[in-house]
Design a protein around this ligand. Structure first.
Ligand SMILES: Nc1nc2c(c(=O)[nH]1)N=C([C@H](O)[C@@H](O)CO)CN2
Length: 128
């Protein structure tokens, strides 16, 4: 399976369960892998025949930047749903790192994999 990936996409957002976290934005770092058959684009050399990773990145920067979830689980699931439902991706892996959230640990976060069938019938998300 071919993949298109975005590595270490850094976004500031409201995320957390403590009162101060509801007021102060924190940085989350995303690693995304998307299933993509790149053969057609490689044959045509045309961006319309593949997933434009710049469009995905811009959408994630906007969506995550405006989000205000409490748990990294909820945010990570929402990111996967945006990618699958808005970009027609059949499989995605999303790793979200809330770096510095835990004293004594550099990284803490969540990694999930989702498929298109996981969101069958789900309409595209509106802004949170
Ligand atoms: N499984 C989770 N545990 C915790 C989360 C979370 O989002 N998922 N969040 C927190 C706090 O917000 C922490 O990140 C900041 O002190 C604690 N545990």
């Amino acid at each position: 399976m071919d993949k298109i990936f975005l590595s270490q996409l850094s976004v500031e957002c409201i995320v957390g369960i403590w009162d101060w976290e509801r007021r102060v934005k924190q940085t989350v770092i995303l690693d995304v892998e998307m299933a993509a058959d790149i053969r057609k684009a490689a044959a045509t050399d045309h961006i319309d025949d593949t997933i434009d990773y710049k469009r995905v990145a811009k959408r994630l920067l906007a969506f995550v930047g405006e989000s205000q979830y409490q748990l990294v689980e909820t945010l990570t699931e929402a990111i996967a749903r945006v990618i699958v439902t808005e970009f027609g991706v059949s499989w995605v892996k999303v790793r979200l790192n809330k770096r510095g959230a835990i004293r004594g640990a550099r990284d803490v976060g969540i990694e999930i994999e989702r498929r298109a069938e996981d969101y069958a019938g789900v309409t595209q998300q509106t802004q949170p």
